[in-house]
Design a binder for this molecule. Structure first.
Ligand SMILES: Cc1cc2nc3c(=O)[nH]c(=O)nc-3n(C[C@H](O)[C@H](O)[C@H](O)COP(=O)(O)O)c2cc1C
Length: 321
């Protein structure tokens, strides 16, 4: 790599900013035949819950213009199997494991954090708060600043102090900055954004909804402008809080767009379904995008679009910036 791509996931240094997005590469094993998982900044695992789950009924994927809808519904092995099988595998491959957790109650999130505290080798925890709160009419935690903060406080309180906590935010809110602020105040070391947007598609032949679960999460290139807007707004409000950006990234230039908006790391999700080696290609392309602009450090361009007049490496008013 020609460019210094090191970045910081809170106090943890990563060799480069490209991660997998939760739910799009399982726990990394499926990707290993296509790429060396240790070469990525990290693997963000599928959100794990306390108990094993079968997920929602099929069909649960549908293609849409420039994107896709999914209603997988947090299918997974549960935390015991994850800790026995999936985490050790990732560590044996030298990968940095960012473990995504999901729960239906604040206590469930706290239990997951407690279980992860006892495990070694967890690089960070991403808290998927885009789940229905079963104690509050199924209202999604991430859509209410107080509920989001309650989850983050509980996780922070149970997790080992040296493991960074990232709160994963939903774009399906009027004011994402207020949810971000509540999570940071509750102890989040960083923020991940964006999760999928709630969408729906109807088959005009059968005249029925395409997904068995009726609604699903929209992802892919269609949502990138929304991701850029959310990252921009949150970075503008909290410039010192590290952001893992995701949403429709399929090239190095797309990753650079999120970085210029304020992301210090970029997760790749839907693009992996088309091209299982997308993360490594995007990493190479990002390196090229920066090198061709004469930029030698990724750190110099994080949030750069917020600073009109500042160009990295160029001389402005007598100062080398
Ligand atoms: C099939 C599928 C499953 C997903 N599962 C999860 C999940 O378990 N936890 C989570 O936080 N996000 C999940 N996501 C959301 C992604 O991590 C990501 O935030 C979103 O898809 C936007 O990125 P993309 O456009 O690159 O896919 C899932 C997305 C897809 C497409």
């Amino acid at each position: 790599m020609a460019v210094d791509l090191r970045t910081r996931l809170a106090h943890v240094e990563l060799p480069n900013p490209i991660l997998t997005a939760s739910g799009c590469a399982g726990s990394g094993r499926e990707l290993a035949q296509f790429l060396d998982v240790a070469k990525l900044g990290g693997i963000v695992t599928k959100s794990v819950m306390v108990a094993p789950r079968a997920g929602r009924p099929t069909p649960r994927m549908a293609e849409t213009p420039s994107g896709m809808l999914n209603s997988i519904g947090l299918q997974g092995p549960g935390i015991d199997a994850f800790l026995q099988r999936d985490l050790p595998w990732l560590l044996s491959r030298g990968a940095r494991a960012v473990v995504s957790i999901a729960g239906g109650t604040v206590d469930e999130f706290a239990e997951l954090a407690g279980r992860l505290s006892g495990a070694s080798g967890v690089t960070a925890v991403e808290v998927n708060i885009s789940c229905p709160n079963v104690e509050d009419r199924g209202q999604v935690f991430a859509c209410d600043p107080e509920a989001a903060a309650a989850v983050i406080e509980a996780v922070r309180g149970r997790l080992r102090y040296d493991v960074p906590v990232f709160a994963k935010l939903s774009p399906d809110v009027t004011d994402i900055v207020s949810v971000a602020g509540a999570c940071v105040a509750a102890g989040a070391d960083g923020l991940s954004m964006i999760n999928t947007l709630l969408g729906m598609a109807i088959d005009t032949q059968t005249m029925r909804p395409l997904l068995a679960g009726l609604t699903g999460g929209l992802s892919g290139p269609a949502i990138r402008p929304i991701a850029v807007r959310c990252i921009w707004q949150v970075h503008e409000a909290f410039p010192d809080v590290p952001i893992i950006g995701m949403g429709g990234v399929s090239t190095g230039a797309d990753a650079l767009e999120l970085i210029l908006a304020g992301a210090a790391m970029v997760s790749v999700g839907t693009a992996i379904f088309n091209d299982p080696s997308a993360c490594i290609r995007i990493l190479r392309e990002l390196d090229d995008e920066l090198a061709t602009r004469g930029i030698d450090r990724l750190a110099d361009v994080i949030g750069l679009a917020h600073e009109p007049g500042r160009m990295p490496g160029r001389r402005l008013s007598g100062n080398v910036i």
